[in-house]
Design a protein around this ligand. Structure first.
Ligand code: ADP
Ligand code: F6P
Length: 319
């Protein structure tokens, strides 16, 4: 392959820039041309593209967001949209594509591969809800952001003997919630993978308050929702003043951690190595310390185990 494209799609994640940088510079190192595609699949459909050089990705490794912008593109889910994207690739001479995004973006990459444009997916989402990899780019940074913010909340919550009900991101997954619950010493964690019992939670709060526990952090994954109602219930049942904080999109921003920068750099490099060999319709992942790749359709069918031990641990050590 002599010319490849790169795009970011779906929700952004810190470390996407580091991945774009690695893709671009690895490709240039291999004497390939690199085309940056703006706003996900929209850029392919509309021809919103530009030629990248080594300086196009200068000073971005430390920046959150994505220099290529990102978007959701419903038009790309239709055959007509895909055909427009294929035409753009043919017109510009894009022979292969690196798609950085979540599993929706992987589906698009699978469709494009089936239409003759070999694509490699790189997992970029803070939710860590991609089954074909242990870690996604952005997950570590988002968790560190949550941890910093919850630590601040704890200061004020402790001073007022309150309970903080904190909603963290994760519409369909509780990875951020469970890990940050352990890291922040939360009294409870509510996530989509597990049933929860508010009565048991408030009983535990009352029992531990008797033992001198002053403040409570309850982490709630976005997929559970109802934080205000949960806080109201807690106050009614326990008499402890419970307040809600929704952390929201602040979790998606900020300078990526070392882990995310390194992972993104390795995955970007790995993706180009596959394309160079003419390999497409694959996604990159990490298993343990090893980079791996899978067929896109196989990857989309994989299951990821919920870490029950960690979930239990957060309960055991929060008395
Ligand atoms: P993420 O990649 O973060 O999971 P989305 O699910 O919003 O985010 O998907 C991002 C984009 O990927 C969509 O806007 C669409 O352009 C494309 N996409 C999603 N699902 C499909 C699909 N089934 N077929 C083709 N393209 C898809
Ligand atoms: O990036 C993942 C995620 O943050 C989810 O946790 C959340 O549900 C979703 O994206 C929200 O994205 P947006 O607000 O951009 O639609």
């Amino acid at each position: 392959m002599k010319k490849i494209g790169v795009l970011t799609s779906g929700g952004d994640a810190p470390g996407m820039n580091a991945a774009i940088r690695a893709v671009t510079r690895t490709a240039l190192y291999k004497n390939m041309e690199v085309i940056g595609i703006r706003r996900g699949y929209n850029g392919l459909i509309n021809g919103d593209v530009f030629e990248m050089n080594a300086r196009s990705v200068s000073s971005i490794i430390q920046r959150g967001g994505t220099l290529l912008f990102t978007a959701r593109c419903p038009e790309f889910k239709e055959e007509a949209g895909i055909m427009k994207a294929v035409e753009t690739c043919k017109r510009i001479g894009i022979e292969g594509l690196v798609v950085i995004g979540g599993d929706g973006s992987y589906r698009g990459a699978g469709d494009l591969s089936a239409h003759g444009i070999p694509c490699i997916g790189i997992p970029g989402t803070i939710d860590n809800d991609i089954t074909s990899t242990d870690y996604t780019i952005g997950y570590d940074t988002a968790m560190n952001t949550v941890m910093e913010l919850v630590d601040k909340l704890r200061d004020t919550s402790h001073s007022h003997d309150r309970c903080s009900v904190v909603e963290v991101m994760g519409r369909r997954a509780g990875y951020i919630a469970v890990n940050t619950a352990v890291a922040c010493g939360a009294a409870n964690v509510l996530c989509p993978e597990k049933e929860y019992d508010l009565e048991a939670i408030t009983n535990k709060m009352l029992a531990t308050r008797k033992l001198g526990k002053q403040n409570f952090i309850i982490i709630v994954a976005e997929g559970i929702g109802h934080c205000d109602e949960i806080a109201k219930y807690i106050t009614e049942k326990t008499g402890i003043d419970a307040r809600t904080t929704i952390l929201g999109h602040v979790q998606r921003g900020g300078s990526p951690t070392v882990r995310d920068r390194v992972l993104a750099s390795q995955m970007g490099n790995y993706a180009v190595n596959l394309l160079e060999k003419g390999i497409g319709n694959r996604v990159v992942g990490v298993r343990g310390d090893k980079l791996v790749d899978f067929d896109i359709q196989e990857a989309l069918k994989m299951q990821k185990e919920f870490d029950d031990d960690l979930y239990q641990l957060s309960d055991i050590i929060s008395i």
